[in-house]
Design a protein around this ligand. Structure first.
Ligand code: HEM
Length: 442
């Protein structure tokens, strides 16, 4: 296999779950495993790999997928030689908990408050199963159960089920999963016709990226090529706090809806403020041809969509220096968990609800960590150094500016609406790499 610049993507070797869009609606499950016995861990990979789809074999009508991801500790538990482990990027070797300061995981989001065993050395394999409904999910669950049979040395240590209805609403009540980058050479259509497809090396190891180089591939090539990184974070949402904060500052229901939309950058239907700044437009929100067809360049002050709104921060499009944004794009495979808080309820009911955030990209530091540090938890890039992301930033007495005429409105005292309950950095190997690991004799 070649790593020559610009070489065609080996779609038959890349795990489908890395690049293929997820179904809507969906039912899914994340399962974390600890490997106590190396040989049995390899046997699990041997059993699972033939059942995994590649991007080339993925059936868009069935839309069933299983991803097999491995943490740094997992690669070690499987016996990947130390000289190979040393070729993975430092942040991956350290793992998510050790990067807490970098990621702004402080206070309630700090690793000491995470859900066990997340953040410990016990999360080795993460399996992520997704299907359009419970019945089809069950086929993957049975497959995994079968693969785990008679392997007592591979121990399930954590599980999170996820689901979403046809409106694809996340717990705060907004349609999610709309904005995704288009990726050169995959044949998978992007969602924004105005954005140039991003080079494949931004998302898959072994190919040219937006800098014109090929990012360091973990060695040997048989292990690293066609792999990518996945970041899992269980993000608990404080929906009642969010609603109450806005309710207390709005004159009526219509203003509540407007302020909430200004925080997000889209209306509940998914319609972008950039295209419909004054009121929701459910038809636009539901139309995949139009709901992501916009830029921000005609709205430099953020009068339509505030420059600090969550979605605009996370993808400023043409509103920051051209060429810069494509270095920090990410594929999002986030999924929703927990029961929705009924409409209008302003008191917390104690239920755990949120998003299993999942990032996919070839550059942990330049993509996920950069975005988390600079775009989520800082505001210098939008000229508001004292502001963080109003929705997902690690706010404590946070601020948010809503530009409007004649004078802007400033919000103060923002509490954290999202709390990290734990997560891990994982590597999503190519299919031949999974076979390579399974065949190790160390
Ligand atoms: C509980 C946590 C979160 C919630 C409820 C949430 C919700 C949303 C919603 C409603 C949208 C707009 C729909 C869309 O464009 O797909 C969105 C967009 C987005 N979010 Fe989040 N999000 C969360 C966490 C995060 C985090 C932690 C990151 C990155 C570190 C992130 C990155 C993005 C990106 C990249 C977009 C797409 C922007 C675009 O392309 O226009 N989100 N999010």
């Amino acid at each position: 296999m070649t790593t020559a610049k610009g070489s065609a993507l080996e779609l038959g070797d890349i795990q489908a779950a890395a690049l293929e869009p997820r179904p809507t609606p969906y039912a899914g499950s994340y399962l974390a495993l600890r490997i106590d016995e190396r040989g049995q861990g390899r046997e699990l990979l041997r059993r699972l790999t033939p059942a995994l789809d590649s991007v080339a074999t993925f059936d868009p009508r069935r839309q069933v997928s299983l991803a097999v991801a491995l943490s740094f500790q997992g690669l070690r538990a499987l016996g990947v030689p130390e000289e190979s482990l040393a070729t993975f990027p430092e942040e991956f070797q350290e793992g998510m908990a050790a990067r807490a300061a970098e990621l702004g995981d402080l206070g309630d989001s700090a690793p000491e408050n995470w859900e066990g065993p997340l953040g410990s050395e016990d999360v080795h394999v993460v399996l992520a199963a997704l299907a359009p409904d419970d019945a089809r999910l069950e086929t993957i669950v049975l497959l995994v159960r079968d693969a785990l049979r008679d392997l007592p040395g591979v121990v399930p240590v954590w599980q999170q089920d996820v689901h979403v209805g046809p409106d694809e609403k996340e717990p705060f009540g907004f349609r999610d999963g709309i904005g995704q980058p288009a990726i050169e050479g995959t044949g998978i259509p992007g969602t924004n016709p105005r954005e140039v497809p991003v080079k494949a090396g931004e998302f898959v190891l072994g190919y040219e990226d937006e800098t014109g180089d090929v990012a360091p591939v973990p060695q040997p090539e048989a292990l690293g090529r066609n792999g990518t990184y996945v970041v899992f974070r269980k993000l608990h949402t404080r929906v009642a706090d969010f609603r109450r904060y806005i309710h207390e500052r709005a004159a009526d229901r219509a203003e509540e809806e407007l302020i909430a939309a200004k925080f997000i950058g889209r209306w509940p239907s998914g319609a972008p403020l950039a295209l419909t700044p004054d009121k929701d437009d459910p038809e636009l929100g539901a139309d995949p041809e139009r709901n992501n067809d916009f830029l921000y360049g005609d709205d430099p002050q953020g009068l339509k969509c505030p420059v600090g709104a969550h979605a605009r921060r996370m993808n400023p499009r043409d509103a920051v220096v051209t060429g810069e944004v494509c270095l920090h794009r990410m594929i999002r495979r986030g999924t929703t968990y927990g029961p929705p808080l009924p409409p209008g309820v302003l008191e917390d009911d104690g239920a755990d609800r949120g998003i299993m955030f999942a990032f996919v990209g070839a550059h942990l530091a330049r993509q996920f960590e950069f975005v988390q540090r600079q775009w989520v938890n800082d505001g210098k890039f939008i000229g508001a150094p004292d502001e963080k992301d109003p929705l997902v930033g690690g706010n404590d007495d946070g601020r948010f500016t809503m530009p409007r005429r004649p004078i802007r409105r400033r919000f103060k005292g923002l509490p954290p609406f999202v709390v990290n309950r734990g997560g891990e950095y994982c590597f999503l190997p190519g299919l031949s790499a999974l076979r390579w690991i399974a065949d190790l004799d160390t």
